[in-house]
Design a protein around this ligand. Structure first.
Ligand code: NAI
Length: 217
């Protein structure tokens, strides 16, 4: 399928469609109307139709969407139809928590974890070994590493980012609270959990302010 320019907002919504459709598939649901999908996902049916029309629709009038087909097409758009090898750099609290999570489910295979702390040398997390950083270059040269998850302290992150670019890494999932300052050849996705928490704080406060105001009437 030929992909045209798609807005960032639509792309951001696709993982959620993918997740819901995956759940439907697990529950052996064969097809779903945009109305039903909209009830489950709490977005309007017209938003769903509009979003999916970006990719040629996938739906059929009077039939709705074929769940398996839509799930696999969205998976292809998101690049989840291919497997990616991932390593984690920084095996502290967050790095180990992420290593314990099964990202293989969405096609990201964890093949190594790296740290500088000698106490972690040879320790395994979910069967995956923690190597020392001086092994990194050789590891990257001898393994296909597609994505690096970066969970090191902020002050080390920028330097490591540069080094990763030098050794040919082209995708970094960055959890360190800093911009990495790598070239445009490297795809970086920053994750900031506290930004999500701040949005929650805002919405929670807005909700309470509304309650208080309506209580006053
Ligand atoms: P931590 O201190 O438990 O772990 C950091 C690990 O990095 C340690 O094991 C340390 O030995 C290792 N390390 C230090 N220098 C290194 C280097 N040059 N090369 C390889 N490994 C190195 O810290 P924690 O709590 O796991 O946090 C890690 C990072 O993630 C921090 O930058 C923190 O601010 C960030 N963080 C981000 C969140 C987010 O939402 N984006 C949420 C929580 C933490």
């Amino acid at each position: 399928m030929k992909q045209r320019e798609i807005s960032a907002a639509v792309i951001r919504r696709l993982p959620r469609y993918y997740r819901y459709l995956g759940e439907l598939l697990q529950n052996d649901v064969v097809r779903i109307s945009s109305k039903e999908l909209s009830n489950r996902m709490r977005v309007t049916a017209s938003q769903i139709r509009q979003d999916l029309n970006n990719f040629g629709g996938f739906g059929q009038q009077g039939y709705g969407y074929n769940v398996e087909y839509l799930h696999s097409e969205i998976g292809k758009i998101l690049g989840l139809d291919v497997q990616h090898n991932m390593i984690i750099i920084g095996a502290g609290n967050l790095g180990q928590a992420l290593a314990n999570y099964n990202f293989e489910k969405v096609g990201f295979n964890l093949i190594g974890i790296f740290d500088t702390n000698p106490r972690l040398k040879g320790v395994s997390v979910r069967g995956i070994e923690i190597y020392m950083m001086d092994m990194l270059d050789e590891f990257v040269a001898t393994h296909q590493v597609d994505v690096v998850t970066l969970t090191v302290p902020k002050r080390q992150a920028v330097e490591i980012g540069h080094h990763l670019e030098e050794i040919g890494i082209r995708a970094i999932w960055n959890f360190a609270p800093t911009d990495l300052n790598v070239s445009e050849d490297v795809c970086v996705k920053n994750v900031h959990l506290n930004e999500s928490l701040m949005t929650l704080s805002y919405e929670y406060r807005a909700m309470h302010t509304q309650d208080e105001e309506s209580g006053r009437d």
